[in-house]
Design a protein around this ligand. Structure first.
Ligand code: COA
Length: 173
């Protein structure tokens, strides 16, 4: 069976990205978003990405089964080498290594783009995501207590960070 291929997202992927994300908005605390996103909203979100802030999708037999992004962390200029990583795998495609593969592709892309710090914000009860981050080398750097509220519960946030070194011969821009 062919492996899912990971490629840059295009506007044509907006509906699939919304469908995967909306599943987790509705059913889980994996995201602190509580309102589902329209295709138009995801198109605008894609428009804010690109360049130094890539969005990738994993495609399996013509179907988008995961998406991941490196997004701007803070608006002040000194944060320019810091990004937030997000990865969402379609529920039918989890537990097959796609999440880590997507993270590795994003980390490599981040390195090529000259990013240095990659931050993941994960709700403390999301054990699959925390386990994945630890295996990829992310280290816990902070825990914020009761900063989220969803499904009538307070939620704690774990901040994990991976520092990326430039490839040999590549200078930090
Ligand atoms: C977290 C996530 C990206 C992991 O991707 P994945 O492709 O399933 O990763 P893996 O195949 O390596 O599985 C990772 C581990 O989590 C477990 N796991 C994955 N999804 C799970 C789920 N929904 N419930 C329980 N365990 C799950 C796997 O069994 C595996 O454990 P093991 O190594 O002990 O067998 C994916 O589950 C996902 O998209 N979750 C919802 C969105 C999310 O949490 N994104 C991260 C926000 S910070």
């Amino acid at each position: 069976m062919p492996e899912p291929s990971i490629r840059p997202a295009t506007d044509a992927d907006a509906a699939a990205i919304a469908a995967i994300y909306n599943h987790y908005i509705r059913t889980s605390t994996a995201t602190f978003d509580t309102e589902e996103k329209s295709v138009e909203d995801r198109l605008a979100w894609l428009g804010e990405h690109g360049g130094a802030y890539p969005v990738l999708v994993a495609e399996d037999r013509g179907e988008v089964v995961a998406w991941g992004s490196l997004s701007k962390w803070g608006t002040r200029c000194a944060y320019r080498h810091t990004v937030e990583i997000s990865v969402y795998v379609a529920p039918s495609a989890t537990k097959a290594g796609l999440g880590p593969a997507m993270c590795e592709a994003l980390i490599e892309r981040g390195r090529e783009l000259g990013h240095h710090a990659i931050i993941s914000q994960t709700v403390s009860e999301n054990e699959p995501s925390l386990k994945m981050a630890e295996r990829l080398g992310f280290r816990e750097v902070g825990r914020l207590q009761q900063v989220g509220r969803k499904f009538d519960r307070w939620l704690d946030l774990v901040l994990t960070e991976l520092l990326v070194e430039p490839a040999a011969g590549q200078a930090t821009p």
